[in-house]
Design a protein around this ligand. Sequence first.
Ligand SMILES: C=C1C[C@]23C[C@@]1(O)CC[C@H]2[C@@]12CC[C@H](O)[C@@](C)(C(=O)O1)[C@H]2[C@@H]3C(=O)O
Ligand SMILES: O=C(O)CCC(=O)C(=O)O
Ligand SMILES: [Fe+2]
Length: 315
Amino acid sequence: MVVATESNPGRIEKIRELEIPVIDLSGKKSEVARLIVKACEEYGFFKLINHGVPHHIIKKMEDEAFEFFDQPLPDKMRVGSANPFGYGSKNIGLGGDKGELEYLLLQTNQDCIVSTSKFRCAVSSYVGCVRELACKILELIARGLGVPPSFFSHLLRRLDSDSLLRLNHYPPVTYPLQRGHTTIGFGEHSDPQILTLLRSNGVPGLQISLGNSNWVSVAPDPHAFCVNIGDVLQAMTNGRFISVRHRAMANTLPDQSRLSLVFFGAPPPEVVITCPPQLIKKNEPLYRAFTWAEYKSHTYAHRLGETRLDHFKIA
Ligand SMILES: C=C1C[C@]23C[C@@]1(O)CC[C@H]2[C@@]12CC[C@H](O)[C@@](C)(C(=O)O1)[C@H]2[C@@H]3C(=O)O
Ligand SMILES: O=C(O)CCC(=O)C(=O)O
Ligand SMILES: [Fe+2]
């Protein structure tokens, strides 16, 4: 695959189509737990099938998201701009990062900023299901790592959990691009939180990094969830799990829009992030303890592509 970026249109990067782990959640619990831990150690990423989230709940959320983005710009802007929650277009964060997308960033423990009751209802059902799925995955991870079952999941179940829902819409680009060329929709980064559950329509775009400009395209599968480890879980496992760097390409299919629904499972602000002693074993701790509030303010003060966990490394 050929990738040209807007800033460097001649640059060609190696894109591989690799077998990404696909995990069937309906399998035997102990085996599923083992496979999840393996995927988190090797890639920090896997696809989850037979996840149990009802199709009608996903469809309702997807339909509402498309309906929201289909509105005229002044109507979309009525929810307020994304600093940090609201509608955003082409600008990501406050540090000058640009992307070929528009998006809606929503807090999951506050009233929804979109006022229509059918949108709010879609968000509430969708978030309820994906949060539960994220907790189930975290409980399997705990089982696979030999820590108490709710060790990670209780952080997402708390009412003051700082989890987010992000709806990303990547319309076909409007500036001239050579036929068959894609461009960066959402630049390279890792997710700061504990665990991310991403579901997209059938349009490709998501890529994960294996380091050294080695990108792997994730084939789209509307029936699956893409699961990736966030920085906090890398810290809580003392670097055993990888907070995978990823990005999204835009303009991957002629005239087709891509839509991703992304749930970021996060702890409450005052929770102290440390690695349990049973996961450190004979190794030295890699990161100093920090609160999620501290990590988040560091994140928001820096650019998208920053390797922000490095700042918390013990020298
Ligand atoms: C440039 C930025 C956007 C971001 C906050 C940040 O300062 C650095 C991390 C970015 C990120 C990436 C993952 C998620 O999409 C996100 C919501 C998050 O928690 O961290 C975004 C932030 C954002 O878009 O506000
Ligand atoms: O839209 C995508 O596929 C990726 C989006 C993403 O990585 C994010 O919102 O953090
Ligand atoms: Fe991300």
